[in-house]
Ligand binder design. Structure first.
Ligand code: PGA
Ligand code: ZN
Length: 427
């Protein structure tokens, strides 16, 4: 039973304020969480509450913190922390808005996650067990690892936001991470060979080179895989997060600023299809903008046989996912708990997706914290895939390291999703 909440203004990995929260239970158990924050956020995401004063350039979260220790604490005192659905329902009702803008999605999610951790501690089970369905075995996810960043995570050095390594041929999670780390080193070597600086890292720990075209980034990634002594496609495939919402214009045209080109939705899909023909791309995220349903339908047909992953499109929102399933748009959903604000609703999105044959990728944000609960959610919810950034920067490695530990601990009982996680959507 919850007896009290503590909250504070913490910092995320970009040095921006975020909400930290501790939930205290009557038996003495506690749970602590700080929430992440995006840079390329979708218009339909739940709303963070920020102070908008001079402190931290308007990004302070003292109002959200006050909501946790005031109104939310009053409402959840006496609640059962192990009953996530009831607690999260109460938090949503208390806020009263669909996007949690009144209390702040940052305030609500901090309580939701800290309560889950406190409830797990009270039951003396790890979080991945506490969030799993009765009888469901833990599943270690296939990682999607950021190697090169562009877009909003790297000063718009390239249009496409994310070029990722997917170690589809690795037989264990540990091997997958080792391969990804080698690919990152190989890509850095390749850039150095091209006379490009690699000392600075982008928001998610990847390389942020200035390249003349988006294809050049794909070339560097393929060269990185080869320099790592691995086979592009068979050992390590490629995923991209186009994050097209970031470069769509009001008239529906897409502007590739790096290449000084302007494309229709159709033209962008042609371009992506051409990349798919030249490079071993197995997954495309946000290939079209968040409200370009017509463009998305074209992409889903023309790029069939690859994972078509909706991030800004679905924003972990059950209603938007239902629309996508109904209109046969995309075939996979990115799941970011802070896009929707409560663990229980994020959980329901994973369930709906699986029921419809859509793949799921649990994802961190570009502004992260040193917390590692995301790793447990992937394992307990059996999402099959996870994306938390590169193999450098501690807010990224916190999640990889938790998964590495779980694989070691589960030992021969460790089931690893591997490349098969993509099989259901890849032709
Ligand atoms: P964000 O980026 O956290 O800045 O939104 C992550 C993503 O687009 O997948
Ligand atoms: Zn994305």
């Amino acid at each position: 039973t919850i007896i009290g909440l503590l909250a504070w203004e913490a910092l995320d990995s970009r040095g921006k304020p975020t909400v930290g929260c501790e939930v205290r239970l009557d038996g003495g158990a506690t749970g602590r969480a700080a929430v992440p924050s995006g840079a390329s956020t979708g218009r339909h995401e739940a709303r963070e509450l920020r102070d908008g004063e001079a402190r931290y350039a308007g990004n302070g979260v003292r109002l959200a913190v006050a909501n946790v220790t005031g109104e939310i604490a009053d409402a959840v005192r006496g609640c059962d922390a192990t009953d996530q659905a009831t607690l999260d329902g109460l938090l949503r009702d208390l806020d009263g808005t669909p996007d949690l803008r009144r209390l702040g999605a940052n305030a609500v999610l901090a309580v939701s996650v800290a309560a889950a951790l406190a409830g797990a501690a009270a039951r003396a089970v790890p979080l991945y067990r506490a969030v799993a369905d009765e009888g469901a075995a833990p599943l270690l996810p296939l990682p999607m690892v950021n190697i090169i960043s562009g877009g909003a995570h790297s000063g718009r050095s390239i249009d496409v936001q994310d070029f990722l390594a997917v170690p589809v041929g690795a037989r264990s999670f540990a091997e997958a991470i080792e391969w990804a780390s080698r690919v990152r080193a190989g890509a850095a070597e390749e850039l150095t060979g091209r006379g490009l600086p690699v000392a600075l890292v982008a928001d998610e720990g990847g390389l942020g080179p200035l390249l003349p075209t988006n294809r050049a980034a794909l070339d560097v990634l393929v060269a990185g895989i080869q320099r790592a002594g691995l086979r592009p496609g068979d050992d390590v495939a490629i995923a991209i997060d186009v994050a097209a919402t970031q470069f769509v214009r009001a008239d529906g045209r897409y502007v590739l600023a790096t290449e000084n080109r302007e494309l229709t939705a159709d033209g962008l899909v042609d371009e992506l299809a051409a990349w798919c023909a030249s490079y071993p791309i197995v997954s495309l995220e946000d290939a079209l903008a968040e409200d370009d349903w017509a463009g998305w339908r074209i992409a889903t047909q023309r790029l069939a046989g690859r994972q078509l992953l909706g991030d800004d499109l679905f924003v972990t929102n059950p209603d938007r996912l239902d629309r996508g399933i109904g209109e046969q748009v995309a075939n996979a959903v990115l799941v970011k708990p802070n896009q929707i604000g409560t663990l229980d609703t994020a959980r329901s999105v994973v369930r709906r997706a699986h029921a419809a044959g859509y793949a799921t990728v649990l994802s961190a944000r570009s502004g992260e914290t040193e917390d590692d609960w995301l790793a447990d959610l992937a394992v307990g919810w059996r999402t099959g895939q996870i994306k938390v950034g590169s193999t450098t920067r501690s807010e990224r490695t916190a999640k990889w390291n938790r998964l590495l530990r779980l694989e070691a601990e589960l030992d021969e009982h460790a089931e690893y999703a591997g490349g098969a996680a993509l099989a259901q959507v890849n032709g």
